[in-house]
Design a protein around this ligand. Structure first.
Ligand SMILES: *Cc1c(COP(=O)(O)O)cnc(C)c1O
Length: 547
């Protein structure tokens, strides 16, 4: 059994990550600062269409895979449609969602790299549960930074993680600089996913025996989820059924990727329509922008070309915690931008309507995230009620941990979700003007050179011009391979011993400072980045590191 590597099989979907400070494509060395080498290799692999699933991982997955492909007869009858509605049920994993697929793989590779500990963040607790279980199976210590308000309001997910042996920390913690800074700034802070990521990354960097595990959006996570689509292909073929449309909800996009990527190589006449479903509260595709942005709200990750609402977008508190993410996996984003897939959005009441209909007709209580796919499947089945089409959606998880949300819905107390245009516009404005609205002439007038290792889009050139201090932009001659050599000028301050660069670090740099020297991929906080820009201080990164 293999995973399907879309980066090799459909190369036009690949866009490299960009380091905002060096503007180069992010290198394997940089990614290895936080991820183990096997996962970095998978992230950057553009040559193998298929990547073998290790025996040990297969054995673990085999305790609940292949997941069933079921037919929703009851739902079809209730909708009065001639369409056939099938669903791939990922809620049958031990933690109740598809996230276990990557949890098993990431724990395996972390152990294999000789690490003792894995750090992860979790919002609602789903990814935390997956990596906790994987860690328990492989004998790793697992530390999960759980967003404070979820920690307080969702004790059952925390207890599940602890049952699997993980240590769950209420983020913000006092263990990390990022956590302490937040607690100082706002005593009693409820935390956020961005902050939990920042804490997990900081903890990882400070501990050479540890590595970081990530639940969605990155290429290797999407890769691990392709087992879903490959099983589906076999299941459809064995019953001689061809799908007309494949549907999954999009948080970071890993389940959608896993379901659909293996179908991209079907001949065009046989390829199903691909439909991604988002919450109208977090409408990155239907109302966001396709551009370069950070993957986390603190601006610590590289720049990723994706659909985004802006990394500082604060998603409203909907019950579909897994969809509260401002961005989307770059390959999935590219698919949509090229017209290979499309997206729809649904509101919270619409998806609970669909969830309860599904529960009553199929006997299965879906996770609210998965209910987005059910709502879209119902719409499709109604629109094509007189046609014998085959709809397949991914039921990403069960809703047994979400019963309090069902209680609100059933009691008539569920709030409708939407995000005002003004809020989205404000968040997108923080990314700068929409390059699509600028003239070609003004775009081509951009004074800065492209990093040669990465295709530069007008959006990114524009981003560079607005955000990078002039001396930090590559001269035309720069090769773009790796960080630039440190400038040996008098104003350079050596910060290669720093673990993180904050405003306080910079306050210690004298007024003559013209540039600072850092280890590759040391975190520069967004506030410190602003300060660098304000003072016109350049950043040089050093390749060697202690790890
Ligand atoms: C996390 C999660 C999602 C969304 O994540 P993707 O990476 O987009 O798949 C969807 N459904 C469930 C049940 C989840 O736990």
């Amino acid at each position: 059994m293999h995973w399907f590597n879309v980066n090799a099989a459909v190369p036009e979907l690949y866009e490299p990550y960009i380091d905002p400070l060096t503007e180069d494509a992010v290198t394997a060395e940089a990614l290895e600062e936080i991820f183990v080498p096997d996962l970095v290799e998978q992230e950057l692999n553009r040559s193998d269409d298929h990547i073998a699933i290790p025996e040990d991982v297969l054995r673990r997955l085999g305790s609940w895979r292949p997941t069933p492909l079921l037919r929703a007869h009851g739902l079809e009858d209730a909708l009065g449609t001639r369409c056939r509605i099938l669903y791939k049920y990922e809620g049958s994993s031990p933690i109740g969602s598809h996230k276990a697929n990557s949890g098993m793989a990431q724990a395996y590779y972390t152990k294999r790299a000789g690490r003792k500990r894995v750090y992860a963040e979790t919002g609602a607790g789903q990814w935390g549960s997956a990596i906790s279980l994987g860690s328990s199976f492989t004998g790793l210590q697992c530390d999960v930074f759980m967003v404070g308000n979820s920690f307080d309001s969702k004790p059952s997910r925390r207890i599940l993680m602890e049952t699997f042996g993980a240590q769950v920390h209420r983020s913000p913690t006092v263990q990390t600089q990022a956590g302490r800074a937040e607690r100082e700034r706002e005593p009693g802070s409820p935390g956020s996913l961005g902050l939990a990521i920042a804490e997990a990354v900081e903890a990882t960097k400070a501990d050479p025996s540890a590595s970081y595990a990530l639940g969605s959006a990155f290429g290797f996570v999407c890769l691990h989820q392709t087992i879903i689509g490959q099983e589906l292909k076999d299941q459809l073929a064995s019953s001689d059924v061809r799908a007309d449309v494949l549907i999954s909800c999009i948080g970071g996009g890993s389940s959608f990727a896993g379901l659909t990527f293996p179908f991209l190589t079907e001949p065009s006449g046989r390829r199903p329509e691909l439909l991604a479903v988002e919450s109208n509260a977090v409408p990155k595709v239907t109302r966001g922008r396709f551009t370069y942005d950070h993957g986390d709200s603190s601006g610590l990750t590289p720049l990723i070309k994706m659909y985004t609402l802006g990394h500082e977008f604060a998603p409203p508190g909907i019950h579909s915690g897994g969809l509260r993410y401002h961005g989307l996996a770059p390959q999935v984003s590219k698919m949509i931008s090229l017209g290979m897939a499309r997206a729809e959005s649904y509101s919270q009441i619409e998806i609970f309507d669909a969830a309860v209909l599904f529960a009553r007709t199929e006997g299965l209580v879906p996770a609210p995230e998965a209910a987005h796919s059910i709502a879209a499947a119902c719409t499709y089945a109604r629109e094509h009620r007189d046609e014998e089409r085959t709809i397949v959606f991914c039921l990403t998880g069960h809703g047994f941990f979400d019963l309090s949300a069902y209680q609100l819905y059933l009691g008539g107390d569920m709030e409708e979700s939407d995000t005002p245009d003004a809020l989205i516009a404000e968040s997108l404005a923080r990314l700068g003007p929409d390059p699509a609205s600028r003239t070609a002439a003004s775009r081509s007038a951009t004074p800065h050179a492209a990093p040669s290792s990465a295709p530069v889009t007008p959006a990114f050139a524009d981003w560079q011009r607005r955000h990078l201090p002039p001396q930090d932009v590559a001269p035309a001659a720069h090769t773009g391979v790796g960080p630039r050599a440190p400038a040996a000028t008098a104003g350079t301050v050596d910060l290669t011993r720093a673990k993180v660069v904050t405003e306080r670090t910079l306050a210690a740099c004298g007024p003559d400072t013209t540039s600072i020297l850092l280890q590759a991929q040391i975190v520069v906080t967004p506030a410190a980045r602003d300060e660098l820009r304000r003072r016109g201080i350049g950043v040089h990164r050093h390749k060697q590191d202690t790890r």
